[in-house]
Design a protein around this ligand. Structure first.
Ligand code: UD1
Ligand code: CA
Length: 464
């Protein structure tokens, strides 16, 4: 087959989003919408990929920094979709083959559909092939006007007659063009329409007049070609993506108690027999093992949970690794670079950051454990704090296997608590504690007999 190139239009202003950020970087189910377009395009292994940028182009280039091998061309000012494609002439005019034209704001297209479109274009020998769909609500889209079954032109909503507005076959804005006649035809486009723009869609009638072949592929599932122009359409697209994800997971043996309030990003993996309660968010590259239970109101971001992990209500877990049989929560905050090994128990109101917690260790209540390396079977009492920050730098706390940290202790880093050592309740540990030792700080307790009565006497207002 001839060479395939991809061009993506993303220069437009996206006025209806009412945003100070580029429209195509707004997220659909957790990922920038243009990311979906990129992935679908890359699945066809094109020879080149060119993105047409204009409005907020620096932000957009930054946002696309993660994708290798892209060419950017600038369209300034933005005079319409035809004018936008013309800007790729510098990259594509000397190339051979076809260009698949995509819009940065049409994220739900499947790669299978694109492959079908390219293959129809290649086998029919047409100069242009348009992806169309028959929809219930054609409002806002360009309409496909057919004469004796053949596509004859595309007419935009604003330029359409009342009869044309009733046509339910719409233009998806996705096309394949043969490069040979393309740029010369684009240069001849006129801007004689309601918006005074150079419409790419006018190429269709031009080609038909010049007896160049124009083909269509009509889509079975029109939800794929939804264009996103407003926040409301953004929400709808996210809902479609999430619903699909939830259904895939349920089909694979995951229980989702309330799919309508469960938000699982596309790249998340969940093992069979895991139960997900309402109001849960699983984000980014999170992986959840088999037979886990994720209770209501939990948010898990870029984390890995082994099997049989229980996360009680209202925890935030970001960048954590939780081993088999771990239990956390309710109200636990796990921050990046934290690893909880097998059977660890972390109870309510505990925050962990950049800490490794060994097998079987428990921290049941109200603690901050940051920059800590904690061994196996350690008991961290209620209210234990690792004081890891001295105002300029962070330092480490090490707690060896089997140690017992009494409640309300402060471990002032850098400090090491030896194997099996005890720290008495309320101790401020500033020096290393040897293995097997007991550390206690503070003086001996003093009781002042009768203190309450004398104090009350002094503070009580005197009666006149
Ligand atoms: C366009 C089509 C319409 C189709 C619809 C599908 C035209 C004239 N109309 O309309 O037939 O049904 O898409 O979603 O092509 N862009 C630029 N530079 C510009 C103008 C637009 O790069 O000067 C980019 C936009 O950023 C966007 C894409 O082209 O990614 C489509 O532009 P938009 O203004 O959204 O076109 P629609 O009115 O939706
Ligand atoms: Ca659009």
């Amino acid at each position: 087959m001839a060479d395939l190139h991809v061009a993506i239009l993303a220069a437009g202003k996206g006025t209806r989003m009412k945003s100070s950020r580029p429209k195509v970087l707004h997220r659909v189910a957790g990922r920038p919408m243009i990311d979906y377009v990129m992935r679908a395009a890359q699945s066809l292994s094109p020879k080149t990929t060119t993105v047409v940028v204009g409005h907020m182009k620096e932000l957009l280039r930054q946002g696309l920094g993660g994708h290798a091998g892209l060419s950017f061309v600038t369209q300034e000012p933005q005079l319409g979709t035809g004018h936008a494609l013309l800007q790729t002439a510098g990259v594509l005019e000397r190339q051979k083959g076809f260009v698949l034209l995509l819009s940065g704001d049409v994220p739900l297209l499947r790669s299978h559909t694109l492959a079908e479109l390219v293959s129809k274009h290649a086998t029919s020998g047409a100069a242009a092939t348009v992806l169309t769909a028959i929809v219930e609500q054609p409002y806002g889209y360009g309409r496909i006007v057919r004469v004796r079954g053949q596509i004859s032109r595309i007419v935009e909503e604003r330029d359409a007659s009342p009869a044309q507005r009733k046509i339910r076959e719409i233009n998806s804005g996705v096309y394949v063009f043969s490069l040979a006649p393309l740029f010369e035809a684009l240069r001849r486009l006129a801007a004689s329409n309601a918006q005074g723009e150079y419409y790419l869609t006018d190429l269709i009638s031009t080609y038909r007049r010049r007896k160049l072949g124009v083909e269509t592929v009509v889509l079975g599932d029109p939800s794929e070609i939804r264009g996103i122009n407003s926040r409301s359409e953004l929400g709808e697209a996210s809902q479609i993506v999430r619903q699909k994800k939830n259904e895939e997971l349920m089909a694979a043996g995951v229980t989702i108690e309330d799919p309508a309030t469960t938000y699982i990003d596309e790249d998340v993996v969940v093992g069979g027999d895991t139960v997900i309660h309402p109001g849960v968010h699983l984000e980014g590259r999170t992986q959840i093992g088999q037979a886990c239970e994720i209770h209501a109101g939990v948010r898990i971001i870029n984390s890995v949970l082994d099997e049989q992990v229980t996360v009680q209500n209202f925890c935030v877990i970001n960048g954590g690794r939780l081993g088999k049989g771990v239990t956390v929560g309710p109200f636990v905050h796990i921050r990046p670079e934290t690893e909880l090994r097998e059977s660890v128990h972390i109870g309510n109101f505990v925050e962990l950051k950049k800490s490794i917690v060994g097998k079987g260790t428990k921290a049941g209540h109200l603690s901050y454990l940051g920059d800590a390396v904690i061994g196996e079977n350690v008991n961290v009492g209620a209210g234990t704090i690792t004081c890891n920050y001295d105002g300029t730098k962070k330092t480490q706390t090490v707690i060896d296997d089997g140690a017992f940290i009494g409640s309300d202790s402060q471990l002032v880093a850098p400090v090491t608590i030896g194997k099996g050592a005890y720290v008495g309740s309320g101790t401020t540990v500033r020096e290393n504690v040897p293995a097997g030792a007991l550390a206690i700080s503070g003086g001996k307790q003093r009781n002042i007999e009768g203190w309450v009565a004398t104090r009350l006497d002094k503070t009580r207002p005197k009666k006149p």
